[in-house]
Each structure stands twice: as C-alpha cells, then as structure tokens.
Design a protein around this ligand. Structure first.
Ligand SMILES: Cc1ncc(COP(=O)(O)O)c(C=O)c1O
Length: 412
C-alpha cells in the first residue's frame, strides 16, 4: 500500500510502542534526600523495607482479595531473578521438568534452566492466550513435573482459584509469572507470584521485582537468597546477589504515590482504544478479561490470520506495531531443542518447524492473529484515533489484496 500525500504524519510519541510512566526527578527528590541523609544505599535499607511493607499492605487489602492470609513480599533485582529464586525454593526435588507456556518472554525458560531444571514448552489456550490449569493437568498425565510456571500474559491475571485447586489436587508447586500484572494478579493461596518492576511494566521502577506469597518462611528464604544466603555475615544457605538497591526502592516509593494516577491514565487510554475499535468489532478484538489488567502492552486479535503482513505494512508507515512474546519460544534458536507439550498432554521431543507448528496449534494461531499497537499513558485521543484509523486500513487492505498469510514477522 503506497503512503498517500493525505496521510497524517506520525507524532513522534506513536513511533515508540511503549513509553514508561515513571516518577520525575522532582517526585524522586524527597526519597533521594532520605538516602543522602541515611547514607545507606543497599542491603535492605530503610527505603527497601518501607517499600516492602507498603506493597504488602496494598496487596493484602480486601480489594486485592488476600486479607485473610496476609501477603509477604520481598523486593528483588529483576523479574527474571524472582522466577529463578521461586523455582529454587519451591520445585519438587524428585522431578526435573517445569511446564512453561510457549507464548511468553525468554526469561521464563532461562530461569528454569538456571535453577538447574528443564523447561518443557506447553501450547497455550487460543481463547485466553495462556497456559491454563487444564493444559497443565493434561501434561501431568504423561510426565512428572517439578513445578508449573503459568504466565499472566500481557498483564491479564491468571485464575487464582484454578491454580490453587491445581496445586492442591496434584501437589505440583505453581510459580506464577505475573511480570506485567502488579496488583491485578491476586496472590496464590499456595505458591509464589513474581511481578517485574521493569520500566516498561505497569508499576515500573527501572529494574526490579517483587516476589509475593502467603508463606512468610518461603519469602524470608527468598530474601536471604538474594543476599548470598547469609544471616548477618554468615552463609546459611545457597544464594546470590539479587537484591534491590535503595535507589530503586526510592523510585518504587515515589511510584506508589502516583500508582492511582498511573492506573487511571492507562485505563483512560484503553477506553479510548475500546471506543475507537467499536466499529471494527468484526475485524479486531481484545484479550478476554483485559478489564482486570492494568495494561502496559495492548495486543489486538485480528479475525484473519494476517498479523505478519499488517505488522510489515505498519512498520513501513512508521507505526509502532509489534508482536511481543512472538515468535513462540520453540521458534527461537536458543530454545529450539526444548520438548513441547500439546494441549492433550502429548510430549514431542524433536522435529522440524513444520512438525512443531502442527503440535502447537494454539500458539501458531495467535502468531498469525495477534498484533500489538502503541500503548502508553501519553497517548491523546487523536493519537489513538490515528493508530486505529491506520490499523483498520492496514487490516482491511491486507485482507483484500491477499497478502501472504502465516509468515512470521521476526527473523529467526
Ligand atoms: C512474562 C515475563 N516474564 C519475566 C520477565 C522478566 O522480567 P525482568 O525484565 O524484570 O527481569 C518479563 C519481562 O518482560 C516478562 O514479560
């Protein structure tokens, strides 16, 4: 499609599909002042402790649904570390495999491998776009699992009831990757929940994470692991250095003050998209239960399998369309040898891409249908209108002129 002279020029903000919404220097100033005064920069200083207490209170509030258990929190250096530590602490000793969805970020299988375990990539449910307890139960019919790592994909929370029941029935620990679902993801009754505080996530501090659980001992062990396994200066257990510094906690405390406003800004942009996409209902839809998320990445589902062509065209026009979490992990060279599990629980150890695609119809369907659009708090109504107008044009044209379907938008 040629760019017409009547086409609008893209405002620069739209070229980036994500723009973090973090505290300004002025908002950070009082917290930095406290660091200067205390001269305490890391090793569980006053700001880290205050951030943990405040997050614990926020997530244990009745509206977050876990007041009956209390929520224990430790801060960590990154979401990746939170996953690795959670597995080290909770995986069953007599098994080695950990079920991970095929549609997620590289951090998931890497955390499994670095915890000394073996990832197995599960197909995802094409309706919810997630690894579900039903898929994990099917896998368990065919293999022993050390743990399961479901993901709150694109920040839409996983069902706590479903996973609590799964771990109660099967005894398999759940490490829930809620990287983009801070606060939206309720804490499991049993099991650990990891939220990334990376700049691009809804609650960003730059780099960082919180690991959440209802078992205070487990969270204390995670905290100890993050500081070389020491109590005082004495090593008591395995560990590494994965602590959060006082500077990141300063950003976190300033971010907590803005959190209500951050959520409101994201909700408002989602609402703008919803309104503008209304007339395209037959062509484009959103992820189910997206209203329970604080959206930081907005993926749209096209009714036709033309995602690759739409993304190529969008990029040519300068619109920041993307396919976050694609291609599925089994198409990445680094993860190509990991065994696959289909939704009936059958294990597939090897095969070329054609075989893999045939075993993983849910992930392949999403690869062909999902497209991410620019989404951040600084988008104005006219920006959203601009994106949707072009998006609709691209989708319709791609469909009409019969772009090749089923290609992938990434070089792999
Ligand atoms: C699903 C998922 N898991 C884990 C991570 C890793 O989080 P971090 O960047 O804080 O290490 C990310 C980061 O994007 C993610 O999207």
């Amino acid at each position: 499609m040629e760019r017409r002279s009547t086409d609008l020029c893209l405002p620069p903000a739209l070229i980036r599909h994500v723009i973090p919404d973090l505290p300004s220097a002025a908002e950070l100033q009082p917290y930095l002042q406290r660091i200067d005064e205390a001269r305490w920069y890391s090793n569980f200083g006053p700001l880290v402790c205050e951030l943990e207490e405040k997050i614990s209170a926020l997530l244990a509030s009745p509206s977050a649904g876990r007041s009956e258990y209390g929520v224990h929190v430790t801060t960590l250096a990154s979401g990746y570390h939170a996953l690795e530590i959670a597995l080290r602490l909770s995986a069953r000793r007599h098994a080695r495999r950990v079920l991970v969805p095929a549609v997620t970020f590289c951090a998931c299988p890497l955390a499994v491998q670095h915890a000394g375990l073996e990832p197995v990539l599960a197909d995802v449910d094409p309706t919810t776009w997630m690894l579900t307890p039903e898929i994990a139960r099917a896998a368990l019919q065919r293999m022993e699992l050390a743990a399961v790592m479901p993901v709150a994909t694109y920040g839409v929370p996983q069902s706590c009831a479903g996973w609590d029941e799964f771990s109660k029935d099967t005894g398999v620990p759940v490490v829930l990757d809620a990287a983009a679902a801070f606060e939206s993801q309720r804490v499991l009754r049993k099991g650990l929940v990891a939220c990334s505080l990376h700049a691009t996530k809804p609650f960003g501090v730059g780099e960082g994470a919180v690991l959440l659980g209802t078992d205070s001992d487990q969270i204390a062990q995670a905290r100890r692991f993050s500081n070389f396994g020491m109590i005082g200066r004495v090593g008591h257990a395995d560990g590494a250095n994965t602590k959060m510094s006082e500077y990141h906690a300063a950003v976190g405390l300033a971010q907590l003050e803005r959190w209500t406003a951050v959520k409101a800004r994201r909700r408002a942009v989602l609402e703008l998209y919803r309104r503008r996409l209304g007339p395209l209902a037959g062509l484009v839809s959103m992820q189910p239960s997206i209203d329970h998320a604080v959206v930081s990445i907005l993926m749209l589902r096209l009714s036709e399998p033309i995602a690759a062509a739409v993304i190529d065209e969008g990029r040519r026009l300068g619109i920041g369309l993307h396919q976050t979490y694609f291609p599925p992990l089994y198409r990445h060279p680094n993860f190509a040898r990991i065994p696959l599990v289909d939704i009936e629980g059958k294990v597939h150890m090897d095969g070329d891409i054609g075989d893999k695609a045939a075993h993983m119809p849910g992930s392949e369907e999403l690869l062909k249908h999902l497209v991410g659009v620019p989404f951040h708090a600084f988008m104005r109504e006219e920006d959203v209108e601009f994106v949707v107008q072009h998006f609709a044009e691209l989708a319709e044209n791609s469909h009409r002129v019969g772009f090749p379907v089923g290609g992938i938008a990434h070089a792999v």
